[in-house]
Design a protein around this ligand. Structure first.
Ligand SMILES: [Zn+2]
Length: 162
């Protein structure tokens, strides 16, 4: 131990005569406990603006999952699959076969799906015309937040359409 101390550069030698201590920074007391570990691991990151579109009373789990993927822009569309290195015979839209299949195309630009989406939006009083997904998501998240029956029904229609 003495040789180790002698070999230690002076810049690394502690300036105090106190013994080193192990301190757990996960809690105020500095004492390690599993509760503080769990708290550190599972801290909430805050609620996203669109959480009510995905999760809530009366939701169908499989719809919620697809809407969650859509909100995170993680739907396995052809453009995303190609970027991930998946070998595809064609990356064209499966409905119209006129453009590369992407989330924006499938939900807002495809001549085959756009009328369906627009009709459902019109029936649910959420019609916004031709907007991007980000604009639609922001609008839907801001306007369909209440727990009223009408908003719950609109959210369910949105999820079922997706
Ligand atoms: Zn299409």
């Amino acid at each position: 131990m003495r040789r180790l101390k002698e070999a230690t550069p002076e810049s690394l030698v502690p300036l105090t005569d106190f013994e080193d201590q192990v301190v757990w920074e996960g809690c105020r007391s500095g004492v390690f406990n599993t509760k503080s570990v769990m708290k550190a691991l599972y801290t909430t990151r805050g609620e996203v603006s669109w959480s009510k579109l995905v999760w809530g009373k009366g939701y169908v789990p499989r719809y919620a999952f697809i809407v969650w993927l859509l909100c995170k822009k993680k739907l396995p569309t052809m453009d995303r699959l190609r970027k991930c290195g998946v070998s595809l015979i064609s990356n064209m839209c499966v409905f119209c076969k006129r453009a590369e299949e992407s989330m924006e195309h499938l939900y807002f630009n495809c001549c085959m799906t756009r009328p369906v989406w627009a009709k459902v939006q019109h029936m649910c009083l959420t019609f916004r015309g031709s907007c991007s997904w980000d604009q639609n998501l922001a609008w839907l998240a801001a306007h369909l937040r209440s727990n009223s029956f009408a908003d719950q029904l609109r959210r369910l229609c949105f999820a079922a359409t997706v």
